[in-house]
Design a protein around this ligand. Structure first.
Ligand code: URA
Length: 246
């Protein structure tokens, strides 16, 4: 790894909230890696002031240009289009989903399939009912990974890590008043930890200093036996809309 790659990796861990990394107490030259016992590992604080991972004056255009014709992970092999994100670059509210499906992959736009239609209905219908003049184009919508995983499988941790730097930059560039994480993958990518939606939903969390609400993924709500979740999702969304737009 080059020093720049190491810097980026450490910075990414720091952004994920990992404050300690471990190094061997003994000199690497003194011992083969296989001989290092866990008891010989010593925590070191990573309070080294790393330069920001977000370039000064970062913009969505620049982030998209930096992604380029990405081949950083295996997801590039099956994709038709990179799905960067869509909406208002000054949005007060950002929705983060998991990754593109077949329709999104075709069109290069997030949430345009069935789940997307439901998300649009949720945003526009709930705001109308609550007296908030908000259209889908007023918010920003993006995903944890920008390329469609094969068979719509859940993105792998390394794919999320590699693509995570771009999500980080998108959220930092937009600086919304609140973020809404749709489903477990988005919640894990943004909050870390292992808890699923059932545990996390309905409560305010934070992504860096930005309030973050977790709710169910619209695909989950499309299943007919999840009517309770649908009601809960509407409640979560109402909380978000009033917090952001009142
Ligand atoms: N599901 C997602 O998580 N994202 C999309 O863009 C579409 C479906």
């Amino acid at each position: 790894m080059s020093p720049e790659e190491i810097r980026q990796r450490l910075e990414f861990y720091q952004d994920l909230g990992i404050k300690q990394i471990y190094r061997r107490q003994i000199k690497p030259s003194e011992v083969k890696p296989s001989e290092v016992k866990p008891s010989e590992m010593k925590p070191i604080e990573t309070d080294i002031q790393l330069p920001s991972m977000v370039p000064a004056g970062d913009t969505l255009e620049r982030i998209s240009a930096d992604i380029g014709d990405c081949t950083r992970c295996r997801l590039c092999k099956g994709r038709k289009k990179i799905v960067f994100g869509d909406g208002n670059s000054h949005a007060k509210l950002v929705f983060v989903g998991e990754g593109p499906g077949a329709d999104e992959d075709e069109q290069g736009l997030p949430f345009v399939g069935r789940a997307g239609q439901l998300l649009t209905q949720m945003i526009e219908g709930t705001s109308a009912k609550e007296g908030i003049p908000l259209k889908r184009k007023d918010v920003y919508i993006c995903n944890v990974v920008k390329c469609r995983p094969p068979e719509n499988r859940t993105p792998e941790p390394d794919e999320m890590e590699i693509c995570g730097q771009f999500l980080f930059r998108q959220l930092s560039a937009i600086e919304p008043k609140a973020i809404c994480a749709l489903g477990s993958t988005a919640a894990k990518a943004l909050l870390g930890g292992k808890d699923g939606v059932t545990k996390l939903r309905g409560k305010w969390h934070k992504w860096h200093d930005i309030p973050l609400m977790v709710t169910y993924h619209p695909s989950y709500l499309l299943r007919p036996y999840n009517q309770n979740a649908k009601r809960e999702s509407w409640e979560d969304l109402k909380k978000v809309l009033h917090f952001v737009y009142d």
